[in-house]
Structures are given as structure tokens and as C-alpha cells.
Ligand binder design. Structure first.
Ligand SMILES: [Zn+2]
Length: 332
């Protein structure tokens, strides 16, 4: 990983971080808050690298890590002895023992080669209540040389007493244009190939990257478009056919319904005179505007409800084909 200048968006957090690095006044705890894919890990890694960089901060440009000293090289290779990435065994939780061994007891040991010791806890929301309480003790009386980064998909899951002892940096959603131009610059992808994925990712660069790299997503998107464009003229038999096709996207079930939901929200938004520039699928305005003509407000309200109902039916294991049949019938 590089420095702050390579991170797009997040200007506000980065300004805060640069100040902390330049003045040498980093807090003992930071919460990086934002959904998966928003760049929490990248930002924490750059922050840690900049704090540990051996080059005097006055000689660096606005707190950027130099990228060439021994410390920066170790930080990049993940082998820096004073940047500790907290790991956990169980997929769904971080136990109190893991927090004790890797953080609470470890903070007593002075840094190995730097002035500071940095702990990064990815998925901090997965800490059990006990684990959080153990960590809280450390945050109440932290040794002067430690900084802990808690990366949280949802900081509501953290104890308020932890949150109140940390500086919270919220990750911001990026504009679709920023994502499209990033994908063009870094991945060489032409805008027309990435606009849909970028809109669908709604400001989440990580998600946009996954979607553009996934052939499945564009196939799924085209399939949903096919249903949308034909549903009003479908016979009962065609509806059942489309429903079993939709039911076959088992793994992509949430994406399928989300595309539909965003689509009809766009339609409703345009119908009520919303700014086309702000539509999610603004590269498909021709179709969304046509649908806005075809459906009444009342129908759109019913369809949006029907999509939500389909989502909860599928979650409670109602037969998917039947669920989609009901949904498509409502859309018709
Ligand atoms: Zn350096």
C-alpha cells in the first residue's frame, strides 16, 4: 500500500490523519466506521505506515509516509513488528482470549523498533461483549506509546464506553463519477463498462471493484433488465418461466432484489420530478423514464412493497419460484 494521496475520497478523514501525523499527536484509539468495501483497511494501513515512518516528519510532504525507509518497506510487506493485525479463529466472532493475548497483555511490552506500537482490529464489531470489556480496560489506561484502530462495519455494535474513548473517522460514500474514473485510471476499464456497477455500488469502491470483476454481475443485471422490459406483456406461463430463471440465482438473491428495488426507486424518483443526474442507474435513463410514464404512483408504491415482501419471504425460506411469481405478477 501507498500513501494518502493514493486514496480517493475520504478527504475529511485524511485531513485529520495528516494533522495527527504532522503534529505527532495521534489518539490512542480510532474507530474507522463504514460498510465493507469502503476502504477502512487501506486507510488504517496508510495511517499506521505514516505514523511509523522513520523519515523525519518535517521532511515529508504533509505527513505522507516516505515509502522507502526500512519501516515503510516492512509496513508494506505486512511484517512490521510494531504494527499488529489482530486475528481471530472463528469466522463470526473475536473472543476475549484473542483480545487478551494479542492486545491487552501485549500492550505491556514496549515497541520493538519504533516509538509507537499500533494495533489494527479488523471486524472490531465481531468482538464479544467480554472481549470489548477487556479492551475497554486498556483504553481506560493506555500506555503512552499505543494506538489502536478499530475497523467497524457498524459502530453501533461497539460499547458506548469504547466509542467515547476513540476518535471516530467515518468513511464516506464516493460519487459514481469518482468510482468510474478510478476504474478507468487504475483498471483501464472504459466508462460504459463500469457505470452500472459503479451506480449499483452506491459509493462503495470495494463493491464496485468486485462487481466489475464479476462476470456474474453483468449477466445478472442483464437478466433483471430482460424481465423488467418484458414483464408488462408476460403471460402466466412466461411469468412462471421468468420466476424459475430468477430462482436459479441462489447466491445472488440479494443482488437480484436490490437491482429491482433500486430500479423502481429510480422510476418513482423520476416520476416525481427528481433530478436525472441523481438517479442510481443514470446510464439507463431511457428505460427508467419510459417506466415512469407507464406506471402510476400507486402501482409503483405496490411494486416497491412487493419487492420488500419478496425479500422477507426468501429470508424465511418461502419457495423462491413461488415468491418470484408473486412478485412478477405484481410488477405486471
Ligand atoms: Zn518511511
Amino acid at each position: 500500500m501507498k500513501g494518502f494521496r493514493d486514496i480517493i475520497g475520504q478527504e475529511r478523514s485524511i485531513k485529520h490523519i495528516r494533522d495527527a501525523v504532522r503534529t505527532g499527536h495521534a489518539a490512542h484509539a480510532y474507530i474507522l466506521d463504514g460498510e465493507k468495501g469502503m476502504g477502512k483497511k487501506t486507510l488504517a494501513a496508510a495511517f499506521a505506515k505514516a505514523l511509523q515512518c522513520e523519515k523525519p516528519v518535517e521532511e515529508r510532504e504533509d505527513g505522507e509516509p516516505c515509502g522507502v525507509c526500512h519501516s515503510c518497506i516492512m509496513a508494506d510487506s505486512g511484517s512490521h513488528p510494531d504494527i499488529i493485525n489482530v486475528t481471530h479463529e472463528k469466522a463470526g466472532s473475536i473472543s476475549v482470549d484473542e483480545i487478551r493475548t494479542q492486545v491487552v497483555n501485549d500492550v505491556q511490552i514496549k515497541p520493538y523498533s519504533s516509538k509507537r506500537k499500533i494495533y489494527i482490529i479488523p471486524d472490531a464489531c465481531l468482538m464479544t461483549q467480554e472481549a470489548q470489556n477487556a479492551l475497554l480496560k486498556t483504553l481506560e489506561e493506555p500506555p503512552s506509546y499505543i494506538t489502536i484502530f478499530l475497523l467497524a462495519d457498524n459502530k453501533e455494535m461497539l460499547l458506548p464506553t469504547i466509542v467515547s474513548r476513540a476518535v471516530c473517522l467515518s468513511m464516506r460514500a464516493l460519487g459514481t463519477e469518482d468510482i468510474v474514473s478510478y476504474l478507468q485510471r487504475e483498471k483501464g476499464l472504459p466508462p460504459h463498462e463500469t457505470e452500472t456497477a459503479a451506480s449499483f455500488a452506491r459509493g462503495n469502491l470495494g463493491k464496485a471493484l468486485l462487481l466489475t470483476e464479476s462476470e456474474d454481475f453483468s449477466l445478472l443485471f442483464e437478466e433483471v433488465m430482460r424481465v423488467l422490459s418484458g414483464v408488462r406483456e408476460m403471460s402466466d406461463v412466461m411469468i412462471s418461466g421468468a420466476a424459475s430463471e430468477a430462482a436459479s440465482y441462489k447466491e445472488k438473491r440479494d443482488d437480484y432484489l436490490e437491482i429491482l428495488l433500486l430500479w423502481f426507486r429510480d422510476v418513482l424518483y423520476l416520476k416525481s420530478g427528481g433530478d436525472p443526474e441523481k438517479a442510481v442507474f443514470k446510464n439507463r435513463l431511457y428505460e427508467t423514464e419510459a417506466s415512469a410514464e407507464q406506471y402510476s404512483y400507486e402501482q409503483l408504491g405496490c411494486i416497491i412493497e412487493a419487492i420488500k415482501t419478496a425479500g422477507s419471504r426468501l429470508k424465511s425460506n418461502v419457495n423462491p419460484e413461488y415468491t418470484y411469481e408473486m412478485l412478477f405478477a405484481a410488477m405486471r
